[in-house]
Design a protein. Structure first.
Length: 71
């Protein structure tokens, strides 16, 4: 007799979806592959779904002269 393994399913929390979107944005801004970034996600179960313990951080450099008044 073969026992069937019960599949465990999980859903992403809003926080995890936000972390995924930040990774995509980082990839677009830095024009880089985000595969390794996603592989490094540390996922933890919560009541709201999976959360990312180490979400990516975006560093935005402010451009000089963005709001200069015309002469």
């Amino acid at each position: 007799m073969v026992k069937e393994k019960k599949k465990m399913t999980h859903k992403l929390s809003n926080q995890a979806i936000g972390a995924l979107m930040m990774a995509v944005q980082k990839g677009i801004m830095e024009q880089c592959d985000i595969t390794n970034l996603l592989k490094e996600f540390e996922l933890v179960e919560s009541l709201d779904g999976l959360i990312v313990e180490n979400p990516p951080v975006l560093h935005i450099d402010e451009e000089a002269g963005g709001d200069e008044a015309s002469a």
